[in-house]
Structure formats: structure tokens, C-alpha cells
Write a protein that binds this ligand. Structure first.
Ligand code: HEC
Length: 157
């Protein structure tokens, strides 16, 4: 009985609300196989639910957009998201552009209520974070700018 309790609390610890950060944090884990106790949603090939179905991004960064995106971040996102992989209220943004498709990110940030109710990846994250990300009323322009800022944060030049 005691053993089982310990097992459960370890598994809960490892399920941090941080998307990509999960793997790194498993180092302290005693039994890595417990990671597979819960179904892991596939993260990388989901496009989410919303109007963005096919987004082609330039290889190079659009610096003007990224600068604009940073302003949006400062006002509307910073309270809950760090730029590292550390969780605040929501997951840190480091690596977000590699663990999610651009369509998924754009759909999530412009259609957050529907995504949190119906998209399996978003729903799984909500289950871990326990806070529903509020609709930030982004225009499409803002959304693309924030995405560009995320790409800059992930090292796109
Ligand atoms: C009140 C806190 C809060 C604010 C403000 C907020 N978010 Fe979130 N965000 C969250 C939470 C919590 C999650 C995880 C999903 C959930 O639980 O709703 C999340 C998830 C995300 C994700 C998915 C991350 C991943 O790793 O898959 C993206 C992208 C995102 N937010 C973008 C934004 C953007 C862009 C803004 C600003 C325009 C913003 N968020 C503002 C709380 C917030």
C-alpha cells in the first residue's frame, strides 16, 4: 500500500505542466516506466482546431514581427509564461515551436476556448496545468507576431 502511494506521487511529479520539460525532469525519477502509465498525447503533428490549416513559415525570422510579438508577450502573456522551459502558470515557451506545429499554436492562441474543450493535446495540458488559459483576444496579426517572437526565442535567426 505504502509502495503504491509513493509510486503515484512520483508519477504526478513527473507530469509537470511543461510540455517539453517533462523529459528533462525525469532524471530524478526512480522508475522511468511509470511515465507510460498515462496515455501521452502525440504532440508534434497535431494542427489543432481552428481556421489555421496550412501555414508556411519563412526559414528566416521576420524581425519586425518578432519585435511586435515581444510587445504583445510583455502585455498579455508574460504573467503566465516564461521564456525558459520553466512552468509559471502555463508552460515555459522554450522549445514550443518545435513541440507544436505553427498551425496548432495559432489555433490555440486565437481559439483557446474551443481548443481547451476539444483538442486532445490542449486538454491534456489543461489537466496538468489546472488553469484554463483565458482568451487573450489576439488579432491574427498579433498571433503571427507572437509566433515569430516564439521562433526568435527558439533560436531562429
Ligand atoms: C492567466 C494565465 C495565462 C495567460 C495570461 C496566457 N496563458 Fe498561455 N497558457 C496558460 C496555461 C495554464 C496553459 C496550459 C493550457 C491550460 O491549462 O489552459 C497555456 C498554454 C499556452 C500554450 C501552449 C504551450 C505548449 O507548450 O503547448 C501557448 C502556445 C500559449 N499558452 C500561448 C499564450 C499566449 C500567446 C499568450 C498571450 C497572448 C498567453 N498564452 C497568455 C496560461 C496563460
Amino acid at each position: 500500500m505504502k509502495k503504491q502511494l509513493l509510486f503515484i506521487s512520483l508519477a504526478a511529479l513527473m507530469q509537470s505542466c511543461g510540455g517539453g520539460a517533462t523529459e528533462q525532469k525525469t532524471e530524478q525519477a526512480v522508475d522511468p516506466s511509470s511515465l507510460y502509465d498515462r496515455p501521452q498525447p502525440k504532440n508534434n503533428d497535431e494542427k489543432g482546431i481552428g481556421k489555421f490549416t496550412d501555414v508556411q513559415l519563412a526559414e528566416m525570422l521576420d524581425h519586425a514581427k518578432a519585435t511586435n510579438g515581444e510587445k504583445v508577450y510583455d502585455v498579455k502573456c508574460q504573467a503566465c509564461h516564461k521564456l525558459t522551459d520553466e512552468k509559471l502558470v502555463g508552460p515555459g515557451w522554450a522549445g514550443v515551436t518545435t513541440r507544436r506545429k505553427p498551425e496548432w499554436i495559432l489555433n490555440f492562441i486565437t481559439n483557446v476556448d474551443e481548443m481547451l474543450s476539444r483538442d486532445p493535446v490542449a486538454m491534456a495540458q489543461l489537466e496538468e496545468c489546472l488553469v484554463r488559459m483565458p482568451n487573450q483576444q489576439l488579432t491574427d496579426d498579433d498571433a503571427f507576431s507572437v509566433l515569430e517572437f516564439m521562433r526568435k526565442n527558439d533560436g531562429v535567426k
